[in-house]
Design a protein around this ligand. Sequence first.
Ligand SMILES: [Zn+2]
Length: 280
Amino acid sequence: MLPLTPIPDKADAVFLTCIGRIQDAALRNRLAAVTNEIVRHDLEFGNAGTASTFFKLPSHNAVGTNVTKAEMISVYDHQMVPAASHGRVYYDKIMALAKNRRCPLCGFGQVWTLDHYMPKTHYPGLAVCPRNLVPSCSDCNKAKLSSVPSCVSKQTLNPYYDNVDEVTWLHGKFENHTPVVVEFSVQKPRSWTATTASRVRHHFKTFNLARVYSSEAASELGEIKEELTNLLNTCGASAVETHLAEVARRRTNAQRNSWRAALYRALATSTWFCHTGCRG
Ligand SMILES: [Zn+2]
């Protein structure tokens, strides 16, 4: 999971820009009249993010008394997503938060869309709230669907509020036989509460990260087999271990809980792999 800093634009500014070109004046005025409600929903969302209590946010079917869920979803679908729409500038700004277009939810895929952290079908007041919109790859967007958290440990991580990359929690392990199949898992660091560990495991499970990472690790092992075999044949197992440990150090410094960092940490500390398994 990669932390993000939200765009500085306020929810009311984004909302008013989105609705600014709606042709139907009566609809536009009715939407503009609930701007304070949009601000309230955004404020409650921000407080929930700080307190890690998204699950306590009450779902709703309307914004104020005069704007329906369908109308709010239409504001997002027709006034923020289309390339020529008035609110698209904010859509693009949020998408651009993802460094190198890397999906912050899996730390792996390429961002393709915006995910509503709290789904717009249950929280229409947050449909165009910038900090409820997370750049995401298509797989992560599909995996989460419209699920609503029921308790704190069933909340996926929110890149704007949750930074869990300060300690190492992603680990890889494998049996001593070839082909090497690496299993990735979340292991609770001492500094975490049990709730944090449960939440990270829930995030890991929701986005199918064990399967995705294992598949990527298999490809990586195929690509480095020849290089490691040559190193083993010419310089010996200790050279293989030193090389893998150096790669693990660099990968960990770059992104502590990336699948590559966890993979190389596991490989470098396996005597079997350095002596034998690296031949594939
Ligand atoms: Zn993703």
